[in-house]
Design a protein around this ligand. Structure first.
Ligand code: SF4
Ligand code: SF4
Length: 187
């Protein structure tokens, strides 16, 4: 595969404002649940400021997608640019993909009795536009990157709390939160 598009999440910049999540909902007029994009507060003890560090996550358009492997009706496909698509018409709602994906990306829609997930706004990508979540972020904490041409300096493949990346090789990179300098005053 020549290209692999994915998300760059800057956890130092993210404010936890939910604009990305709401932009996704507005774009596709989805139900309250599922949430294709979700903003998570960081609770892990080894992050410097757990009360103000957030991760905004959606489907990771993995290099080796578990969803695609388990789907019995071939509802998943991977484009040449690496985007993993889910075909709503083909889906029979068996939920095998929801069990296989380590990131909780495909979610069951109780009303439609089918699964759905982030499609990386592929229609916008094809028009040369940014995905709705990326365009909505007020602090540019979300970006689209091409992983095979991305200078990885200053970024990491995983953060505490993110599931094991060895299973599906998710197409996501993080700018980790900075550790603040400690100043001690004696006396
Ligand atoms: S994050 Fe889950 S649904 Fe998305 S491509 Fe990877 S395995 Fe599939
Ligand atoms: S819009 Fe940007 S700052 Fe707000 S929660 Fe999403 S990623 Fe974080």
């Amino acid at each position: 595969m020549s290209k692999q598009l994915g998300f760059l999440v800057d956890t130092e910049k993210c404010l936890g404002c939910f604009s990305c999540e709401m932009a996704c909902k507005n774009e596709y007029q989805t139900e309250v649940k599922p949430r294709w994009r979700r903003v998570y507060p960081q609770k892990e003890e080894n992050l410097p400021y757990p009360e103000r560090n957030f991760m905004s996550l959606a489907c990771n358009h993995c290099a080796d997608p578990a969803c695609l492997k388990v789907c019995p009706v071939k509802a998943y496909s991977k484009r040449e640019d690496g985007i993993v698509l889910h075909n709503h018409d083909r889906c029979i709602g068996c939920r095998l993909c929801t069990m296989a994906c380590p990131y909780g990306a495909p979610q069951y829609n109780e009303k439609e009795r089918k699964v759905e997930k982030c499609q990386l706004c592929y229609q916008k990508i094809d028009r040369g536009e940014e995905p709705a979540c990326v365009a909505a972020c007020p602090v540019e904490a979300l970006k689209i990157i091409e992983l095979n041409a991305f200078p990885s300096m200053g970024t990491v493949k995983s953060l505490p709390g993110f599931p094991n990346i060895g299973i599906t090789r998710p197409s996501i990179r993080f700018v980790p939160p900075r550790v603040g300098m400690q100043i001690r005053r004696d006396g």
